[in-house]
Ligand binder design. Structure first.
Ligand SMILES: [Zn+2]
Length: 77
């Protein structure tokens, strides 16, 4: 399973719906500040989720040491 990382606070979620909820509840202001031009909150949440998925895929591919350095040692390859 690909971990989905919250791009604002490093929170890790595996279920897209739960990250959506996390973003909505905790990062409305951060979402508005995203440099992606005009867009609804939903568009912004989707953008943040896709970025978080990209980060998650990259993190998963790191070796154990690199994960540890970044504080994501619990993410399994
Ligand atoms: Zn967060």
């Amino acid at each position: 399973m690909v971990p989905l990382i919250c791009i604002f606070c490093k929170y890790v979620e595996y279920i897209e719906f739960d990250l959506d909820l996390h973003l909505y509840q905790n990062h409305r202001i951060d979402l508005v500040k995203l440099p992606i031009g005009k867009g609804s909150l939903e568009t912004r949440i989707n953008y943040a989720i896709e970025e978080g998925r990209r980060v998650g895929i990259n993190l998963r591919n790191l070796n154990k040491e690199a994960k540890h350095k970044l504080g994501f040692e619990y993410i399994i390859s």
